[in-house]
Design a protein around this ligand. Structure first.
Ligand code: GLA
Length: 388
């Protein structure tokens, strides 16, 4: 399923009659640290070997003309015309990214773009972030700028907030812009400081199981969870006036004051606070190559997301249960926003083939839905492809 960049390049030449420059940005899987980013907390994602490719060349005017291979659709954004937000289509990502870059004092040239992606949509693997980051990188580079990667990531996030209408955290855009091959990235989502942690998968592989379901609830419940976390902070601030976000509360302090929270809010906060602690522990375990401990934290993360944060669903729980019954699986959990999408599994290499067969067959037997299985090493973040 790898994209043939040579073919893409020839298509571009055919369509637009000149040589493009070529840019890419990967999707991501989050290993641990779920629903912590918008609480100022910690996440530990890696970029995956699925990506969005953008062929790009400058135009003389200020129009961005774009063709999507996946959608077989074309569109146009005129940077001299007034902004258009929330069309409800893929053009929101393109227009948003361009407009936000311009607000960051980049003066963009018009461009012809040809876009192709092998990141499945709706699988919780950040196809949207990859689109924003690849297009943002392409537009800024062909306009003569070397953009700071954190600014690029923030522009992607702002695009989601303003142009798409999704109130997301910074994780997906950050890892797509700043990931490194053979590394997971521990991101402090408040300070935006990040540490690359070597992650070689020669002994334990990362297996992503796409449940192939996406429940309607995901967007609305995401915002409800955010609001519940904020409410929790408000109440807890009555006891701990110095706190700003759930990130600022340790488990001990939380336990002291938890009884003052309404039951649902208490569970939401408990997830975030314990998940932050698990993420930091998981990063330490990864540094030491202790995959058994890493896996243990993944199981716990899933339980917390299922029971306290309530963003899992029966299909994701089933995938995790099947994994739990396979010897050689060190850990599994839902990954991304939830209510469908994928699970991430840490699997010993020797059982890899058996595992992928077993989980696919068993999931399909029980749900009549065919899952998609993807094994991925940690890939590099966005860049220009120079040597083809
Ligand atoms: C989505 C959002 C991220 C993050 C995750 C949950 O992927 O885009 O910012 O909040 O959900 O961890």
């Amino acid at each position: 399923m790898k994209i043939n960049i040579q073919i893409l390049k020839s298509e571009f030449q055919l369509c637009f009659g000149r040589e493009p420059r070529i840019f890419r940005a990967p999707g991501r899987v989050n290993l641990i640290g779920e629903h912590t980013d918008y609480n100022g907390g910690f996440v530990l994602p890696m970029a995956i070997e699925r990506e969005t490719i953008v062929c790009a060349a400058v135009r003389k005017d200020r129009e961005i003309r774009v063709y999507s291979v996946n959608l077989n659709a074309e569109g146009k954004v005129d940077l001299n015309a007034s902004e258009q937000k929330r069309r409800g289509s893929w053009l929101d990502f393109i227009e948003g990214t361009a407009r936000i870059l311009e607000r960051n004092s980049l003066s963009l040239h018009g461009a012809d773009l040809l876009i192709s992606s092998d990141i499945p949509t709706g699988a919780g693997l950040s196809s949207s972030a990859a689109l924003e980051i690849s297009v943002g990188l392409a537009l800024s580079e062909i306009s003569g700028y070397t953009i700071d990667r954190k600014i690029l990531a923030l522009a992607g996030q702002q695009t989601e907030h303003e142009f798409v209408g999704a109130n997301v955290g910074i994780m997906d855009q950050f890892i797509s812009a700043l990931g490194e091959k053979e590394h997971a990235l521990l991101i402090d989502c408040r300070s935006l400081e990040a540490k690359q942690i070597p992650f070689l998968t020669n002994e334990t592989a990362v297996v992503i199981c796409d449940s192939n379901v996406k429940h309607e609830l995901s967007a609305s419940e995401y915002n409800v969870r955010r609001a519940e976390c904020e409410r929790g902070v408000e109440i807890l601030r009555g006891f701990l006036p110095e706190i700003k976000q759930l990130r600022d509360i340790g488990i001990e302090d939380f336990e002291k004051y938890a009884e003052h929270l309404p039951e649902i809010i208490m569970r939401r906060c408990r997830h975030v606070i314990t998940e932050n602690a698990r993420t930091l522990k998981a990063a330490e375990a990864l540094k030491k190559g202790n995959f058994t401990e890493f896996g243990r934290l993944m199981w716990l993360s899933h339980e917390s997301l299922r029971d306290d944060y309530e963003v899992s669903c029966k299909e994701l729980d089933l995938l995790v249960e099947i994994a739990r019954n396979c010897d050689g699986v060190l850990g599994a959990r839902m990954t991304g926003g939830g209510f469908g999408g994928s699970t991430v599994n840490l699997v010993r290499r020797e059982i890899l083939e058996d595992f992928t067969k077993k989980i696919a067959a068993e999931y399909e037997r029980q749900t009549k839905i065919e899952p998609k299985i993807l094994v991925s090493d940690a890939a590099a973040g966005a860049n220009e492809i120079i040597d083809l």
